[in-house]
Structure formats: C-alpha cells, structure tokens
Design a protein. Sequence first.
Length: 145
Amino acid sequence: MPLAGVRLVLNGSSMSEPASRQTTVLQSVLRGLACKCPRCGEGKLFAGFLTLRPRCEACGLDYTFIDSGDGPAIFIIMLAGAIVVACALIVEVKYQPPFWLHAVLWLPLILVTTLLPLRSMKALLIALQFHHKAAPGRLVGREPK
C-alpha cells in the first residue's frame, strides 16, 4: 500500500513521474549514442573527450551518480580485438605479408576501432545505467541466527 505524500527518488529521477515522462529503452539508447543527457535528451553529456560535465545544462540533472567504470573500455577492447585479430589472421593466411606490413595495417585499425566508439559507448552505458536506475550494491544488515 503506497504511503500518501511519499515520493521515491533515485538518481535524480522521480519514480512517481507520469508515464509520458518515462523513457523507453530505445529512447535511452538513442540518447546515449548521441552523447546527450540521459533524462531530457537535450543537454550535452561530455565537457571533453571522456570528461563528464557536472550537470545537464538543459534540465539540471546532477551527473555525480554516474559511474561507468571500465565497462566501456572492456566492451570496446573485446570488439576491436575480435575485428583486428580476425582481419590479421585472414590477411596472414591469404597473403603472408612481412611483419612490418602487419604493423602498418593493424596499428591504425586498432586506433580507429578503439578510440572512435569509446565516447559513444561510455554515453550509452551511462544512459542505460540511468534508465534502469542502477545503484551500487548494499549489504543488508541481518541479525545472526
């Protein structure tokens, strides 16, 4: 039974918002890929390449709750590694080029496949974290049996 006058607020988003204000997963994904505020979709998320702004300039959402950690980098490393290793193996088996040519081919590809998507992947994970109201885990205090 809900308590009268009580409102639950997580990550700056009210749980009692009208249904029209709640976003779908697709809206959150699109806001993340566009590097926009996860709540309003208008304000910019980043101040630098990967440095977050303190808050949204459009809706005022405080970005201190955001903690994407190493998640974006891990996803990018795994995807880029699979792409580069597959390409390198195909080229090696088919053409057998010298090692210096491998370096010339694959170092730029590694830089492109890791640095270009990193910002949007971080914004995507932040938007999904906000959408699902992710919070740090807490231990529940229990009495010993």
